[in-house]
Structures are given as C-alpha cells and as structure tokens.
Design a protein. Structure first.
Lengths: 416, 120
C-alpha cells in the first residue's frame, strides 16, 4: 500500500492535520485510528468549554470532534478505525494491524504523528498499599461513565487537581456519587480556575493542597485511603493523617505524550516535554516525519492542538511537493528562568516569518512579565497579572522584522 | 448584612471576591469591571450549562452525550439530572437534535452533543 501521507491517530490533532494537508493539495492520505471511531478523547469529554478560540463558542468535546469528522468525510479523506500501528521506520514505512487487513506495510512519503498522550497511573507515583479494585485513572473513569454508562463508585477520593480530576469530581457528583475530597500534592492546582469554581466550589467539594494519598486500605475493593499533609520536600508529615472511608480512588496525576512509535522511527525526544524535538513546521529530526498535539507536549486547550496540527498538515504538504526548505537561518529556542519548556525547539526562519511559541511556566508568578530575547536583545515583553503552570502561554514572533543569524538563540523568560 | 466569598472565573487571574449584601450590594477584591458583573450575576441567580448523558438504544453506544442549549439555574441541576436519567433515546440521532424540550419549565432545551447512526 502506498500513500502520500499517513496520519497516526484520529483525535483532534490527527483530524486537523489530515484536513489541512488535503486543503494544501495532498491527494492520497490515510488516517489511522486504533479506537472504533474517530474523535479521540474528545468523545468522552462531554462537558463544555471546547472551541472558545477556534469557533468563538463553548462546545462539548463530541461537538468539537464532530465538526472536524464531518469536514474529513466531506473531503473524502480515507480513514481506518480499529487499527493499530505496530511500527514506523525512519524510511516512513508504517506497519499496521487490524482484523480485516491483518498485518500490512504501508509506504508513505510523509508521516504525521498524532497519537496524543496517556495518563500517569498509580505505578508512576508509587502509592503503597494493596491493589484492590476501585482505583482508576480519571480518564478511564470518564470513559466508563460517559461512554459505557457505568458508575465507578459511590464514595470517591480524587488524587490530583488537574482538569480531568476536577471535571470528574463534578460529573460523579451529578450522577449521585459523594466526592469526599480532591487531594493535591502541590500548593496550587494545575487545573483551570474556572474548573475549580464550577466543579468543586459549586458542590462544596474540599480541595486539599500540599496533601497526598499515603496508603490505600482494602483487599478486594478499596475500603478507604489515608491522606497526609506533605512538607516542602513532598514527604508526608507524621500526625497529619486523615482517613477517608471510600470505595473508589481516582488518579488525575498527569499526562505523558505517547511516543513509543516515535522512538521506533528514531525520533529524538525532548526530556522537558516528553515529546519530540520539533521545528517551526512541526517536523521531527527525521525528515518527513511530523508531530502535533499532545504527542509533542500536553496542551490544556484543544484549540491550540488544532492550531498546531494545522501547522503540521501544511508543512507535510510542503514536504511532499518539495517546497519545505532545508537551507536557511536556524534559530534555537531556549527556556530561560521560570520557563519549563518552549515549543518549537528549532525555527528555520526561511519556512515561516511568523511563528507562535507555546510554553509553560514552572511556578505561579504574579505581576510579572513574559520576556522574549533574541540573544541579549528584548524583542517582546508581555505584562501578566498571573501565570500558572496549568495554563499554557503563547507568543507570536514576527521574524521578518528581526535581523537573525545562524544559531541565534531565542530565550523565553519570566521577569518578576 | 451578609458576606459572600467568590472566586471570579472571567479570566485566569481568579480574583478572590468579597460580596457584601446590605441595602446595596458591594463587591470587593475585583481587579476589573468584569469581576463585579460576575459577582452580581452569581449572587442573584447562578446558572450553569448542564452536560450529561442519556440512555441510548439501537446503537453500538450505550449512552448519548447531551447538553443544555443555554444555562439552567444551578439550583435545578440535580432535578434536571434525575429527569434525564429516566430518558431513553433511540438511534439514529443528529447532533443538535432536541432530546427534551423546555426541561422543567426552564425554557431551556436539552440537545444531543453528537450524531449516532442506528445499528445496521
């Protein structure tokens, strides 16, 4: 099987990338999805709040997905569901497996990686205790409840105050469960403020900062969890234990870009993002292999995933028709003081005059400035009342007005 | 005199608001005008968009995601959920299709959040 472009993943990133590639003249596209339908995690995110930037209205996850699925179908872009990609090589050979086709090799001119991310589990945070049933990642519980129609429990403690944890606190409460507490090890929430208010305060669900779960009781089913306050080194403080009698523990303790396939293809992963190093065109270190969405870095708004995916789709089209430039001045972005990471990591100024930088701060800062420097020279300074690690920041850089040289460095920093 | 503490959700700043209800309503702690508007709306009649699922028949999916096409009073959220938990819908369904008209006389409709084809 031979395609111009293979897109791996049919969530918001894959959908937008495939559509954009088609609009930019790529004829033979195949989008591959492992689930039974397109849309990715959006299909289980039945709450609203998606699409404020792109559609200027608050859509639910399924609505946001359906708009893109409809465009994909109108444009006759080929897609297959229930299909796993087993391997990708640096020669852009994609090996797939499904019930109908069996094991097949696909040759592609270009590949877009859009596999998204997965949740960290109990193993990732090493909670001691037995392994009874009743412990779920928040996203798994969300799928059980919203898609399969099963309640996961009646009395629930949630560890982690990321957005999925907060959304699930409300969802379970509305469906009749009692959410006893949301427990957060950090002194701040990584969730959006509007979710803390609408999901916790609305239902008087307590949010405990600088606390964590130190033990899980129960042998066949969760019977309770022990929560304790932590010190500045995140170690539990003796004497601060609280026992919650509950049958369910949800974990909302972070997301990891899913890059096993990327690594097989020889794509180099940036430790700061856990995703591939990418250029302004969302191209990885392997020519013709692009990446976008949560596989590159975890986004908090799907709108930004869409924007990034369009960039990848457009660039893949350029690569296929031979107009993506290799030569040209390359600038490296650097996360300076107060910044956890910056995407893209490399910018070829020849390919794009205007580039949007996505980045995250490493702590909460109030009344500060976000500064972008080209070597020593400040080229952008944005005043901020408050920045938090939970909310991704963006800044547009117009290179046409800048005098850049090879290997110049673009620093992003927090100035207090 | 009554004091109510709120967190503004109009922007990521998340101002801590103090609302003092006397003869007049006074809002403190907001750093912009939107904070005051939010507080007044929140004190008088807090409303929320409701999203949930209803039972779905004749499909490979067991639940249909639905949402309110406007905001319903916060005090009626649980009553709406109880009502919707008794609703059964049969595929095919089109996104935006009205599932419940004027739920609990709020003037708000419950609509489908996605399309679902019927079983072949």
């Amino acid at each position: 099987m031979q395609y111009d472009l293979v897109v791996v993943g049919g969530g918001p990133a894959g959908l937008a990338a495939a559509i954009e590639a088609k609009e930019n003249g790529v004829e033979k596209i195949l989008l591959i999805e492992r689930d039974r339908e397109l849309g990715g995690i959006l299909q289980q995110c039945i709450h609203n709040g998606f699409g404020l930037h792109i559609f200027k209205q608050q859509l639910t996850g399924p609505e946001y997905a359906e708009r893109f699925i409809n465009i994909l179908k109108e444009k006759n872009i080929e897609y297959i569901t229930n299909t796993m990609v087993i391997d990708i090589t640096d020669k852009k050979e994609v090996y797939i497996l499904n019930e109908k086709l069996g094991y097949k090799k696909i040759n592609a001119k270009a590949v877009i990686l859009a596999m998204g991310c997965r949740e960290r589990t109990r193993g990732a945070i090493s909670i001691p205790g037995f392994r009874p049933s009743g412990i779920f990642t928040a996203g798994t519980a969300q799928r059980f409840l919203n898609i399969e129609g099963y309640m996961v429990g009646k009395k629930v403690v949630i560890l982690g105050s990321g957005d999925i944890g907060l959304i699930m606190a409300r969802r379970l409460t509305l469906e009749g469960a009692k959410v006893l507490a949301v427990v957060e090890i950090m002194p701040y929430s990584t969730g959006l403020t509007r979710n803390i208010v609408q999901c916790l305060k609305d239902f008087n669900i307590p949010l405990l900062f600088e606390h964590t779960v130190i033990d899980i009781k129960g042998k066949s089913r969760v019977e309770g969890v022990v929560v304790a306050k932590v010190d500045e080194n995140k170690n539990p403080i003796k004497g601060t234990e609280i026992y919650y009698e509950c049958d369910t523990l949800l974990l909302s303790v972070g997301l990891i870009p899913e890059n096993e396939l990327s690594k097989k293809a020889g794509v180099i992963i940036d430790k700061r993002t856990s995703g591939p190093f990418v250029t302004e065109s969302m191209e990885t270190n392997i020519e013709g292999i692009f990446a976008c969405g949560n596989v590159v870095h975890v986004h908090d708004l799907v709108d930004y995933v869409t924007l990034e995916a369009k960039r990848a789709g457009k660039a893949a089209a350029k690569y296929i028709n031979g107009t993506l430039k290799r030569d040209g001045i390359k600038v490296v972005t650097i996360n300076g003081r107060g910044i956890r990471y910056v995407v893209p990591q490399i910018i070829n100024v020849n390919n794009s005059n205007e580039v949007t930088l996505f980045f995250r701060v490493d702590n909460i800062y109030k009344d500060c400035k976000l500064e972008v420097r080209l070597n020593e020279k400040v080229i952008k300074s944005i005043k901020k009342n408050k920045v938090t690690p939970g909310e991704m920041e963006t800044v547009n850089i117009d290179f046409s007005k800048l005098d850049v040289k090879q290997d110049d460095k673009l620093f992003v920093e927090v100035k207090e | 005199m009554e004091k109510i503490n709120l967190i503004c959700i109009e922007c990521p700043m998340g101002c801590n608001l103090e609302v003092i209800k006397d003869k007049d309503i006074e809002v403190k702690g907001n750093k912009c005008k939107r904070g005051k508007d939010y507080a007044l709306k929140e004190i008088e009649n807090p409303k929320r968009v409701l999203t949930t699922t209803v039972i779905l028949k004749n499909s490979y999916l067991k639940r249909l995601p639905v949402r309110s096409d406007g905001e319903v009073p916060k005090s009626l959220l649980f009553d709406c959920i109880d009502y919707l938990n008794k609703i059964e819908v049969e595929a095919p369904v089109k996104m935006g299709q009205v599932i419940v008209e004027n739920i609990l006389n709020t003037g708000i409709n419950i609509i489908a959040s996605r399309s679902v084809e019927k079983l072949p």
